[in-house]
Ligand binder design. Sequence first.
Ligand code: DC
Length: 219
Amino acid sequence: MSKVIAIDGPSGAGKSSVSRLVGERLQMLHVDSGALYRIYTWQALVKGVDTANPAAVAAFAPKVTIECRPEHGAIVYYVGGELPGNRIRTPEINAHASQVATVKEVRDAVTALLRSLVKFGDLVVEGRDITTAVFPDSPYRFYLTASAEARARRRQKEEVEKGIANQSEEAVKASLLARDRIDSTRKYAPLKKADGVTEIDSSDLTLEQVVGLVLEAVR
Ligand code: DC
């Protein structure tokens, strides 16, 4: 049976960098579940679906087809044969993704897709409900967090480095706190620290230190 390391936490806590490195070190595939919610959001916006209308989003959800392939140590998503790339990383997608992620039909589709990925091998899956809803029985479960300031600082830098946006740290902080609020108060599979998970606060830790803590706990 495939092994799954599950990592949850709020936006900007460092889940992607940590998961990618842990996957590399342990030869496990990195799975970014947030990208799937971003793809649903992107497709809804492209097709003119009102993302604030849960019924409209629910009706649209079955029309989205995502192909998953393991490539270079990660699961890569294709939509209509294309890689979404930075089109799912814009401030516009940030602003709508949490709404889309509240919709049960979207969550059920993403959860089923994520569970099916074990066919590709051992996984490091990051998200908001991986430890609580998608793979709650995994023995390797982590809750990665950091102060809002540290998270905003990292996200702002990342957006500039990747040429996605050039917002102030304050604007980035407001946007991620707004998303956290929706993600942790929604009805279905809200972000929360599950019982029995290993909590890591990365505010004052380097990436290598966090990766070290995860590897130590897994071993
Ligand atoms: O991690 P991210 O910022 O790429 O996530 C995008 C959105 O999807 C965010 O609002 C949280 C939501 N999400 C979720 O509800 N469940 C997950 N497992 C992953 C992300």
